[in-house]
Design a protein around this ligand. Structure first.
Ligand SMILES: Cc1cc2nc3c(=O)[nH]c(=O)nc-3n(C[C@H](O)[C@H](O)[C@H](O)COP(=O)(O)OP(=O)(O)OC[C@H]3O[C@@H](n4cnc5c(N)ncnc54)[C@H](O)[C@@H]3O)c2cc1C
Length: 307
């Protein structure tokens, strides 16, 4: 039986693993189908402290993985397919085999929703982005589109309007789901214009990256070629939490609810990173929560051994 099992190998999981290993808890990690997590899909990361000239996402995650393995974390490139946290020890199932653990740190992340345009994956980081906080800086003084109609899209638009020359908010309906207060802030902003009711039908690119989009009027079907420097999706995220019901509570969007930092409703089960963070969704905040989860898991094990 393990003391600490970590599910997921992004910044949250790897930071938790480093702290747990250094506390002598011999953690194991199941890295899932995307070892290193979301940052392996991007190029420059300029906001993770410690790298004066920024660092490539895959390199940052490789460094974290090496740091973890050097201090003894055992990483299995496998996916957890089922869990049973109804009693101690906590149970997980990997390739049909049962894994037992005193504590579990869930750090399975959240996947950004996209429009699934045919060439979208190839253009991620080359004109298309799912994160204004992460990538907005690269579009200073440029013209960008934000897609979406909820609070996420409004927030992304307002954030980008501080950096960009112009932000065009594209939404497929002429009504927005976003709260009235956010809508008002967007409508009043001199740098934001609305383009409704339109969808992005196609991403146009040359060999350097995105050059524009083909917009489609959802009422008339009319197509419009629209040159643009950047395309940001503000259509929300899908937290990878379905595996853990009913042993954790989730909010309306599927984010795991935590209390007292990273505790879930099941004793010994902690959640860290994007999976439990509907607000910030940054590598540094994920890493911070991973640290908290590992320290809280260590405390839980200590209290268990005293009981
Ligand atoms: C294109 C892009 C660019 C970004 N740029 C930046 C940036 O510049 N700066 C910044 O701070 N943030 C950036 N972010 C956000 C940042 O990547 C996330 O906030 C961060 O990765 C969240 O870390 P995490 O550990 O919570 O989860 P993730 O990185 O999402 O990792 C989740 C992990 O869980 C694993 N997993 C899922 N299900 C299972 C399962 N059933 N069993 C086992 N493992 C499982 C996956 O394989 C993966 O390893 C970017 C995100 C994207 C998509």
């Amino acid at each position: 039986m393990y003391k600490v099992t970590i599910i997921g190998s992004g910044p949250a999981g790897l930071t938790a693993a480093i702290y747990a290993a250094r506390a002598g808890l011999e953690p194991v990690m199941f890295s899932g189908l995307q070892p290193g997590g979301q940052l392996t899909t991007t190029t420059d990361v300029e906001n993770f402290p410690g790298f004066s000239h920024g660092i490539l996402g895959p390199e940052l995650m490789d460094n974290m993985t090496q740091q973890a393995t050097r201090i003894g974390v055992r990483i299995f490139q496998k996916e957890v397919s089922r869990v049973d946290f109804s009693s101690q020890p906590l149970r997980m199932y990997v390739d049909g085999e049962e894994v037992l653990s005193q504590t579990v740190i869930i750090s399975t992340g959240a996947t950004a929703k996209t429009l699934n345009l045919p060439n979208e994956q190839a253009l991620m980081g080359r004109g298309i982005s799912t994160c204004a906080t992460c990538d907005g800086f690269f579009y200073r003084g440029k013209r960008v589109i934000v897609v979406g109609g909820g609070d996420s899209a409004m927030e992304e638009s307002l954030y980008l309007a501080n950096l960009c020359q112009e932000v065009i908010l594209v939404h497929r309906q002429d009504k927005f789901r976003a709260s009235m207060i956010m809508q008002e802030r967007v409508r009043r902003h001199p740098k934001i214009t609305l383009k409704i009711p339109f969808t992005v039908a196609e991403a146009l690119a040359d060999d350097k990256g995105l050059t524009g989009v083909m917009l489609k009027n959802t009422e008339t079907g009319e197509l419009e070629n629209f040159p643009i420097d950047g395309l940001f999706y503000g259509i929300g995220h899908s937290p990878n939490s379905s595996l853990f019901a009913p042993f954790v509570d989730v909010d309306d969007h599927g984010y795991i609810r935590v209390q007292n930092f990273t505790e879930t409703k099941t004793p010994g089960v902690f959640a860290a990173g994007d999976i439990a963070d509907p607000v910030f969704k940054q590598a540094i905040t994920a890493a911070g929560m991973g640290c908290q989860a590992a320290i809280q898991a260590a405390k839980f094990i200590e209290l268990m051994s005293e009981a």
